[in-house]
Design a binder for this molecule. Structure first.
Ligand SMILES: [Ca+2]
Ligand SMILES: [Ca+2]
Length: 308
């Protein structure tokens, strides 16, 4: 359907000016997974129409949970606190941590008592990090993404490595149940389900997946513990579907059509432009259609203002 073009018409809109955005809305803390998922996550969030949501990458390659939970001003709790305070618009603190702690103990992976002690310590450190974040900024949500099955080399049995990681996964899920504002989600089996296991003749999405006795498919990893850049991009889309889509909807400023984070008169001409090109910003009443009724809906949304 071709829409009738309209020009800029005078409208009885009371224009106000929104406050300028301060800092990033999403801050990614943690390890190399945090570091490597940040860029793709930012791109996915833009692609999904949230170009006003900035993602700050605070991921540090090799970072451990005990380092983030420490009083070290360069990486520990005081540092996390300073970053949160410097970004008053932050709505989500995204956390990826604990993998390096486990990796450092991999030589003892068959010793149940050492593994149990290590998992307890990682969960305790994670709790300290999360509680500190929520104490500094009770208004934010902490989203903790877990890992996928790794690509262990040498003599390590993938089934045992997966077992230990799934043990951590269930302990973190249990921890999240006890802390309001903290959400944990593991992604174990994501690469297997998405790409299949070609070496075993298992296609993507096969009902036998995930196979907890198998590593992630070798071509999805660049080394033992990291996806390739291409797979991190697909992983970011999955993070969006599972978490960010809904999390960002509650903070969405739909009348901010040009997506600069402010509600200003320029959004009116941006809406006209969106209408004329049937761009996503046109649909202001959420019926998934771009019609003239969206004009009065934009005025309503504008006057409602945006969440700060
Ligand atoms: Ca705007
Ligand atoms: Ca509409």
């Amino acid at each position: 359907m071709r829409l009738r073009r309209i020009g800029a018409v005078a409208a009885g809109v009371l224009f106000g000016f929104g406050a300028a955005a301060q800092g990033s809305e999403v801050i990614v803390f943690g390890d190399s997974w945090a570091n490597r998922l940040s860029g793709p996550l930012r791109q996915t969030i833009i692609d999904e129409g949230h170009s006003d949501i900035a993602v700050l990458n605070e991921g540090v390659e090799g970072a451990r949970a005990d380092e983030l939970a420490s009083s070290d001003p360069s990486i520990g709790l005081p540092y996390i606190e300073s970053v949160l305070n410097a970004n008053p618009d932050a709505q989500i603190a995204h956390l990826s941590i604990g993998g390096n702690d486990l990796f450092d103990g991999i030589l003892f992976i068959n010793n149940d008592s050492i593994v149990n002690e290590l998992l307890n310590r990682v969960v305790g450190d994670t709790e300290a990090i999360v509680r500190h974040m929520l104490q500094v900024r009770p208004d934010i949500e902490v989203y903790h993404s877990g890992y996928d099955f790794l690509q262990p080399i040498l003599f390590f049995d993938p089934a045992r490595v997966n077992e230990v990681m799934l043990d951590l996964d269930s302990r973190l899920a249990a921890l999240a149940d006890t802390i309001p504002g903290y959400t944990y989600e593991g992604y174990y089996g994501f690469a297997q389900i998405t790409y299949g296991i070609p070496d075993l003749g298992i296609p993507p999405g096969d009902p036998s997946l995930p196979r907890i006795d198998q590593p992630s498919p070798d071509f999805t990893f660049v080394d033992e513990i990291h996806y390739t850049a291409a797979v991190f991009a697909v992983f970011a889309d999955e993070l969006y579907v599972r978490y960010y889509d809904e999390a960002l909807a509650s903070t969405e400023c739909i009348a901010d059509v040009n997506g600069d984070g402010d509600l200003t008169p320029t959004d009116f001409s941006a809406w006209i432009g969106a209408y004329n090109s049937s761009a996503p910003g046109c649909d202001q009443n959420g019926d998934e259609l771009c019609t003239p009724t969206d004009f009065s809906a934009w005025i309503t949304n504008y006057n409602l203002g945006c969440p700060q």
